[in-house]
Write a protein that binds this ligand. Structure first.
Ligand code: AMP
Ligand code: TRP
Length: 343
């Protein structure tokens, strides 16, 4: 059962939406770049794209520290654009600038069984972490439990068809689909079921300690790091533990430097891996070469993000323009939603 008002027109581009939280200082690292941003950049030509910054979501864990959220959002926005998202092709905006996300979140909240939310793995992890840290029951907020409802609203308010995200978001996407189905059953066909477009072609990007690169592990190389910072981090990076001298054989599969080399030097890495295995090259050489490769890759992005951050009025203009475009689509959806619910 599909009302003509909500059908997708054949000539329309498919709609894609994705976003990231401005966690910590905001700035994005190579894991975010390779695991998410590059895919978004590739998709923006083909699809009607919405890329936002989930600033309200970041309140679920940092409601005590709201002054830092604004600057963190600017960092993320600058990284999005420096990585190649084009504000003329894709709407780049802050969640909190489009109030329709909040209205839909409220309405979806009314039809969301609490039991569904209590079973979400990310909720259970965060709750247990807060309790382990002895922060007590009062640190587990209604907003934290409702995280997936807000995420569903983010997606459904654009009636997005696909959502390019990492595998870690699969459970959240499933919740968005369930809520779309439940809404459609209760009030008539309104939302397409959003498909997760799981981006796993790049795999997990290792940090300098060999674990998954992550803001919370202190092992990340950031897009904003300057050339000396990159050099220092690469120097500290873990290599084959049993390789003490240049002539000891390396195991590139177990070396963070070799893994990053493979990623950023897909045509040249194999010769360096072979020499490493045969004990013909040392870790210092590997590190010096990787530093150069990373700095060459990052340099244009650093320049662009520095320009953007030096001109807050320009960044504001981009975000305002993105929010206007987003609001237009979100408002059209909300008109359909209010009508379906007889408001
Ligand atoms: P997060 O910084 O955890 O909020 O991640 C935002 C998105 O970046 C995730 O959904 C992933 O798609 C991607 N991402 C983060 N860290 C990595 C990593 N180490 N390797 C690959 N992708 C990553
Ligand atoms: N939960 C996502 C993350 O942590 C961020 C996010 C919020 C999101 N709303 C979204 C991602 C909607 C895609 C679509 O990475």
């Amino acid at each position: 059962m599909s009302t003509p008002a909500v059908k997708q027109q054949a000539h329309e581009k498919k709609r894609l939406l994705s976003g990231m939280q401005p966690t910590g200082p905001g700035a994005l690292h190579l894991g975010n770049l390779e695991g998410a941003l590059r895919t978004w950049v590739r998709l923006q030509d083909e699809y009607e794209m919405y890329c936002f910054i989930a600033d309200w979501h970041s309140l679920t864990t940092r409601y005590q520290d709201t002054a830092a959220i604004g600057p963190a959002c600017r960092e993320v926005a600058a990284d999005y654009i420096a990585a190649g998202l084009d504000p003329n092709k894709c709407a780049i905006f802050l969640q909190s600038h489009v109030k329709e996300h909040a209205e839909l979140q409220l309405l979806l909240g009314m039809i969301t069984p609490v039991g569904w939310l209590e079973r979400v793995p990310t909720y259970k992890e965060k709750r247990d972490l807060l309790q382990e840290r002895g922060e007590g029951d009062e640190s587990v907020s209604y907003g934290l439990l409702g995280y997936p409802v807000l995420q569903a609203a983010d997606i459904l308010v654009y009636r997005a068809h696909s959502v390019p995200v990492g595998r870690d978001q699969a459970a959240h996407l499933e919740m968005s689909r369930e809520l779309a189905r439940r809404f459609n059953r209760l009030y008539g066909d309104t939302f397409p079921e959003p498909q997760a477009l799981i981006m796993e072609d790049t795999g997990v990007i290792p940090g300098i300690d060999g674990r998954k690169m992550s803001k919370s592990y202190g092992n990340a190389i950031y897009i904003r790091d300057d050339a000396d910072t990159v050099a220092r981090k690469v120097k500290e990076a873990f290599t084959t533990p049993s390789k003490m001298r240049k002539s000891d054989p390396g195991v590139p599969e177990k070396c963070a430097v070799c893994q990053l080399r493979k990623l950023y030097d897909p045509t040249g890495y194999s010769a360096s891996w072979e020499e490493d295995r045969q004990g013909l090259r040392g870790c210092m050489q590997n590190k010096a070469e990787l530093t150069e490769i990373l700095n060459d890759m990052l340099n244009p992005m650093r320049v662009r993000r520095a320009e953007l951050l030096a001109d807050p009025a320009e960044l504001d203009r981009i975000l305002t323009h993105g929010a206007e475009k987003a609001r237009e689509t979100a408002e059209a959806t909300m008109a359909i939603v209010r009508k379906a619910m007889h408001f």
